[in-house]
Design a protein around this ligand. Structure first.
Ligand SMILES: Nc1nc2c(ncn2[C@@H]2O[C@H](COP(=O)(O)OP(=O)(O)O)[C@@H](O)[C@H]2O)c(=O)[nH]1
Ligand SMILES: [Mg+2]
Length: 686
């Protein structure tokens, strides 16, 4: 059904984005069914959809990763990139945004603008991707099309251009009036049937047409002139103006339907083909020309040297590692050797696939503008460019969200650590919003991701794909200890066992200092002979990792050896080392030891209305506000708070701000911990 290779003019690359659970995956299913790619529509609840094929997606009944599929409609190949809507999987949306030429934002007919819809629309605007909003769930009893449109208009003003009026019988949508085609469509079992606009919708229709006329005029100077002169525009003129408006993202058409009942989906497909940009007319993609070392714009030209960007990497149980890519120019053919300028290696292209959910269809070539996948590349991952060896270019990396939640990783079964950590490393290659890092202070290995669900998905994937089981635990905090006062201490190590004895004796002054550790000696008259002084220092250094309060590393300590004594026969390096250890234990206890806790510097971005809650919450976490700033429509709070109070801040901030807040956290410094923390830490160690 799909011709082996399609030219960019006949391709639309569409990302399906929006809030979780609003019907994106179901809409994909309906589109694939209408286009003939599948014989019947699967259901998310039954785990039978094309997009949600992963075991975890079936179990959770929600998308957790970006999945690709395609179908044809009116001789046009529609490539669909179904995105997860849940916050934790934002990285997947970024990948789709790089590969698509336009987007459909799916939102429920709830009369409100959900966070997910708002985020998705903003993402399209930022990435300059034309979009259509599909108001879904019109079959539901409380469906409120106009309320939802109003909520959109409140935020996005006159960019929002409803082009449809749903025809309702009671609470059920039975068809729609399209103000662009100037026709009405009644839903039947075999698809929408064209009828003339019913009288009862005439007035709404005329109103909608008028506002579309105005929107069209605003997007084209010639049309604006015409509109002033004649006071009206022809249908062709309106369509032209709207199309231009969509292309420039000044116009966001709004449509409605029910994905589940496959109503209004064919209308949507018609508009996708007619109004959303062809892969060929998509804006130039910026890249670095590696020969000239300059930034160039890559146009979708089939005759130019090949260049593509990998936007997703997945491990498939049957074909191995799959690199999903979008060909930006030229043609990718099997057997070709291409350059990966990111890893500076050449890769041979074995098999090229078109991907439809979990199914891969081998093809011999992929032309500019199309999306597909290749397997068995050794040195290629997400973001990498693949290009013609003789015309090296490199695309910009795809932005990924930084991890906001870290958990410590422990192998469930002793001895399987290697399997756990190598599996996690592989998963981090697949998912660039996930990282594995070593905390050198605590010695723990941390898994960092976007939230609890994300890390849980990673953990389950680890088991399913690599057969390794891990426990994700709350990470340890790297407390430290120091002293606040000067104290003198004496250490005497003396042992008389039969013949040869042991004797070491030193007097040490302990002082607070700036540096982590400093050693000095002020011994007069050789009371501690020169050859034993390094042993004293060594003894102290070996004590540093274990402070006297709660066994945490000691920092900001100066030790001055100022006196001692020795024995001609019994003294040894070992004896002086042991003496130094005794002095350390005694000295620190008397030098007013304190526990230090790491402080983080936070940069929190939240909408105005949540500032009060966020500040109050920071207070409870012993935080200090350092400043406030405004950026676009967000308030930026900078603050400091103890790291130990922020372990699940990602989750807390999300629930405080309905998912609208974001934050970043960096290490600031160590500061004295209050008594309550010390007690808790000592109890935990006991
Ligand atoms: N009534 C109704 N339910 C829908 C519609 N579209 C999707 N659903 C249901 O809503 C749930 C979430 O749908 P899904 O496609 O997974 O949403 P996604 O998270 O946006 O991909 C599933 O139970 C669907 O069956 C619709 O148009 N009407
Ligand atoms: Mg989904």
């Amino acid at each position: 059904m799909i011709p082996m290779s399609v030219s960019a003019k006949n391709i639309r690359n569409i990302a399906i984005v929006g809030h979780s659970g609003e019907g994106k995956t179901t809409l994909c299913e309906a589109i694939l069914f209408n286009g003939g790619a599948i014989e019947r529509m699967g259901r998310v609840d039954a785990g039978t959809t094309v997009s949600d094929f992963d075991d975890q997606e079936i179990a959770r009944k929600m998308s957790v990763s970006l999945s690709a599929s395609y179908t044809t409609w009116k001789d046009v190949k529609i490539n669909l990139l179904d995105c997860p809507g849940f916050y934790d999987f934002e990285g997947e949306v970024n990948e789709a945004m790089r590969a698509c030429g336009a987007a459909i934002v799916v939102m429920g007919a709830n009369g409100t603008l959900t966070v997910g819809a708002e985020k998705a629309i903003n993402q399209c605007l930022r990435a300059k991707k034309p979009l259509i909003i599909f108001i879904n769930g019109m079959d539901k009893d409380n469906a409120d099309y106009y309320g939802t449109v109003r909520a959109l208009q409140e935020k996005y003003k006159n960019k929002i251009a409803p082009i449809q009026i749903p025809m309702m019988e009671g609470s059920k949508m039975t068809g729609n009036v399209n103000a662009l085609t100037e026709k009405a469509y009644r839903f039947t079992n075999t698809g929408p049937e064209e009828i003339s606009v019913p009288d009862m919708y005439r007035r709404d229709f005329e109103e909608m047409r008028l506002s579309l006329t105005e929107a069209a005029a605003e997007n084209d100077d010639v049309l604006l002139e015409k509109y002033f002169e004649d006071g009206q525009l022809s249908r062709e003129d309106i369509i032209h103006g709207i199309r231009k408006g969509i292309y420039n993202i000044n116009v966001i058409p709004v449509m409605a339907g029910s994905a589940l009942q496959n109503k209004g989906v064919i209308n949507l497909m018609n508009e996708i083909v007619k109004y959303l940009p062809e892969a060929a007319e998509r804006a130039e993609v910026p890249a670095t020309d590696l020969e000239k070392d300059s930034v160039i714009g890559i146009t979708c030209d089939e005759d130019a040297p090949f260049a593509a960007q990998v936007f997703k990497t997945a491990v498939d149980p049957f074909v191995g590692k799959l690199n999903y890519l979008r060909v930006c120019r030229g043609v990718l053919k099997t057997g070709m050797t291409v350059l990966n300028p990111n890893t500076n290696t050449e890769e041979r292209i074995n098999t090229i696939y078109l991907v439809c959910g979990k199914k891969q269809v081998p093809v011999s070539e992929l032309r500019a503008g199309d999306i597909g996948a290749v397997n068995k590349l050794q040195n290629t991952g997400t973001c990498d460019t693949l290009c013609d060896v003789s015309a090296p270019v490199r695309f910009d990396p795809i932005p990924f969200p930084h991890p906001v939640l870290y958990m410590a990783v422990y192998a469930k079964v002793r001895g399987t650590e290697d399997k756990v950590f190598s599996g996690l490393a592989r998963l981090a290659e697949e998912d660039r919003s996930f990282v594995v890092v070593k905390d050198h202070d605590t010695g723990e290995t941390l898994a960092g991701g976007q939230g609890e669900v994300h890390l849980d998905v990673i953990n389950k994937k680890l088991k399913a794909k690599f057969g390794a089981e891990a426990d994700f635990r709350t990470p340890a905090i790297a407390y430290k200890e120091t002293i606040r006062k000067v104290a003198n201490a004496e250490g005497k190590y003396k042992k008389q066992t039969g013949g040869h004895g042991q004797y070491g004796h030193c007097k040490i002054r302990f002082e607070p200092c700036e540096r982590d550790f400093e050693f000095a000696e002020e011994v007069v008259g050789g009371t501690v002979p020169k050859q034993y002084i390094p042993a004293v220092e060594k003894g102290l250094v070996e004590c540093l990792p274990h402070g006297v309060l709660a066994g945490y590393p000691v920092i900001r300590l100066k030790a001055v050896l100022y006196d001692g004594s020795y024995h001609d026969v019994d003294s040894s390096e070992a004896a002086f080392k042991a003496a130094a250890e005794l002095a350390f234990k005694e000295g620190l206890k008397n030098a007013s030891p304190v526990l230090l806790e790491p402080l983080s510097r936070l940069r929190i971005a939240v909408p105005e209305q949540f500032v009060g809650d966020v500040m109050g919450d920071l207070n409870k976490r012993r935080g200090r506000i350092l400043g406030m700033d405004t950026q676009d429509d967000m308030q930026i709070i900078t603050a400091e708070a103890p790291k130990g109070e922020l372990l699940t801040y990602a989750t807390a901030l999300r629930s405080m701000t309905q998912g609208r807040g974001r934050f970043s956290e960096t290490f600031a410094r160590y500061e004295q911990a209050p008594e309550s923390v010390l007690q808790a830490v000592q109890q935990a160690k006991a």
